[in-house]
Design a protein around this ligand. Structure first.
Ligand SMILES: Nc1ncnc2c1ncn2[C@@H]1O[C@H](COP(=O)(O)OP(=O)(O)OP(=O)(O)O)[C@@H](O)[C@H]1O
Length: 366
């Protein structure tokens, strides 16, 4: 996927921008608070229909009475997609794809915008929820069925928890919700196993390359259910039924659902040692770099096209060897947008274009 051009009006600290980025590596440089991340956010927004920043912060320019407007042209599988988005001060959006009003799911980013941001470095040592979110939203996006099951599962889980909390376990409806919980839970788990089967070998291989073949990375899915070797939905449902019976008392006591994919975890091992406790900062960065570059590879394997890669402020988090590895890997293949405060001279040999941003104004410098 290629972003051919981007027009933005009244978006964050930009009044107006027309931009035709390079199809290769675009470096976006500038001092702090000039609008580098805002520009990446506009690219992400044009492809996904939402921001990667915290909810509640509105993208419309504070000083503008008008709405924010983003217009982008993408090239995807030899077809061109014209996207326009209108965002008003309440955060309400209207999305148009090739002139027709559409829902967010019709936007092209679903098929390939990958973002690497400093928070991602917390995935390995952070709580299991961060790892689950990574699988659910960053990897799961390649599989529409997975994303649909996730929505169903979350809705059913919420209702089941509500009934457990309010003593509604004896209601007739509990049995029905319980059956749906088992069904969608099993579908979601099977989906995760399916995705990880494709993804883990890529991560392992890339990590070995980064570590010069001296270290072996393993990524293990730790389920709250006994699903070892089971991929069949009916087999997994049986496990849900067994676990539901075994843990019923505990659930009644805790008033919440204590097993299922929303409680599962992923563990990273380097040479058989748990990375949460034993990995150095450099090894953690290598794992996350492997996760992100494997994501690019997975998208390519599934779609036959490379995604767009956005790196917000992470380049300086990597040492020179890892920077080189990453930039060589994406070189000539992946349209990339990389923000950095690093002086231009240090990075220009990797760049197809270098831009400088000053107070919401973009200038091409190389
Ligand atoms: N809705 C808005 N309207 C106008 N300005 C905004 C809006 N939201 C954020 N800003 C401003 O945009 C400026 C640039 O923010 P941005 O996060 O893009 O900086 P940056 O160049 O990435 O900086 P850093 O290197 O510090 O990460 C900030 O000063 C911020 O206050």
């Amino acid at each position: 996927m290629i972003l051919k051009n981007l027009n933005i009006n009244y978006f964050r600290n930009y009044n107006y921008l027309h931009w035709e980025p390079h199809t290769g590596i675009n470096f976006i440089t500038g001092s702090n608070a000039q609008g580098k991340t805002n520009l990446l956010e506009a690219v992400f927004f044009s492809g996904m229909g939402y921001s990667f920043r915290r909810k509640g912060s509105n993208v419309v320019n504070w000083y503008s009475k008008k709405s924010s407007f983003i217009k982008a042209t993408y090239q995807l599988n030899n077809t061109t997609m014209d996207i326009s988005l209108h965002i008003n001060h309440d955060g309400m959006k209207k999305i148009f794809v090739n002139g027709t009003e559409e829902k967010r799911k019709s936007l092209p980013g679903r098929y390939g915008i990958i973002l690497f941001k400093p928070d991602d470095l917390q995935i390995i040592k952070g709580p299991p929820s961060g790892k689950r979110d990574f699988i659910d939203y960053d990897i799961g996006i390649i599989d529409p069925l997975y994303s649909r099951n996730l929505i169903h599962y979350r809705r059913v889980l919420e209702q089941r928890n509500y009934l457990l909390r309010t003593g509604g376990i004896n209601n007739d409806s509990f049995q029905t919700w319980n059956e749906s919980f088992y069904q969608y839970g099993a579908e979601l788990l099977a989906g995760r196993i399916r995705l990880l089967k494709k993804y883990i070998p890529l991560v392992r291989k890339i990590y070995a390359d980064i570590a010069g073949g001296h270290e072996v990375l393993e990524m293990k899915y730790l389920s709250t259910l006994n699903i070892t070797g089971k991929t069949d939905i009916q087999q997994i449902i049986k496990e849900f039924i067994t676990e539901g019976k075994t843990r019923q008392r505990e659930e009644l006591y805790k008033k919440q659902t204590i097993f299922g994919p929303h409680r599962d975890d992923i563990c990273f091992l380097i040479n058989n040692k748990d990375a949460r406790y034993y990995a150095s900062q450099g090894q953690i960065r290598s794992i996350v770099l492997a996760l992100k570059t494997a994501q690019i590879q997975l998208f390519y394997n599934e779609n036959g096209e490379y995604p767009i890669f956005l790196l917000d402020d992470v380049l300086t988090e990597l040492d020179e060897q890892r920077q080189h590895y990453l930039l060589m890997l994406i070189n000539n293949q992946v349209q990339s947008f990389i923000t950095t405060t690093t002086p231009v001279a240090k990075i220009s040999h990797y760049a197809n274009r270098v831009y400088l941003i000053n107070n919401g104004v973009l200038r091409e410098v190389i």
